[in-house]
Design a protein around this ligand. Structure first.
Ligand SMILES: [Zn+2]
Length: 156
């Protein structure tokens, strides 16, 4: 990282801070030549491998868009969508992988969406997992019922 003022390639880190979401690190640096200070932000890169093999940068906005479609007409706010997208990114980053299949993003969406809204979850799962019949819906709904029962038993 060159100093933005004098282009000197050396700087020392005077302060490091992890962003609130834990996904990037801001470093306050001081140039060893001119002594001026500047800030750099480092984010580990995360790429998505699309079905056709093309690599694109991971985008929370795209996750939000996909979930928004499934949540249309449901009591789901923009903040809820942003939270799902953040959970997805954290899940993926926690694996330590720098590349993931587009498919794995869909998988990572399911658990937080299931907690958020069951109807949106069923819609998303039906597209993502390519439900072909009522049986597929029945299986998914049975899974939700099962979970609900377990939650009730836990709270009783
Ligand atoms: Zn400098």
């Amino acid at each position: 990282m060159h100093c933005p003022f004098c282009r000197n390639p050396d700087s020392r880190v005077v302060d490091s801070r992890t962003s609130d979401d834990g996904l990037s690190i801001r470093r306050r640096r001081q140039c060893t030549e001119c002594g001026r200070r500047f800030t750099t932000t480092e984010t580990a890169s995360l790429s998505v491998v699309k079905r056709n093999g093309v690599l694109v940068p991971f985008s929370r906005d795209k996750v939000v868009e996909g979930v928004r479609k499934a949540a249309r007409g449901r009591p789901v706010s923009d903040a809820d969508l942003a939270q799902v997208a953040q959970a997805v990114e954290e899940t993926i980053r926690a694996t330590g992988a720098s590349q993931i299949d587009a498919n794995d993003i869909g998988l990572a969406v399911l658990p937080p969406l299931r907690d958020l809204d069951e109807v949106a979850y069923l819609r998303f799962a039906s597209v993502y997992q390519a439900f072909e019949s009522l049986d597929d819906f029945e299986t998914a709904i049975a899974g939700l019922r099962e979970d609900r029962r377990e939650q009730q038993e836990r709270t009783e």
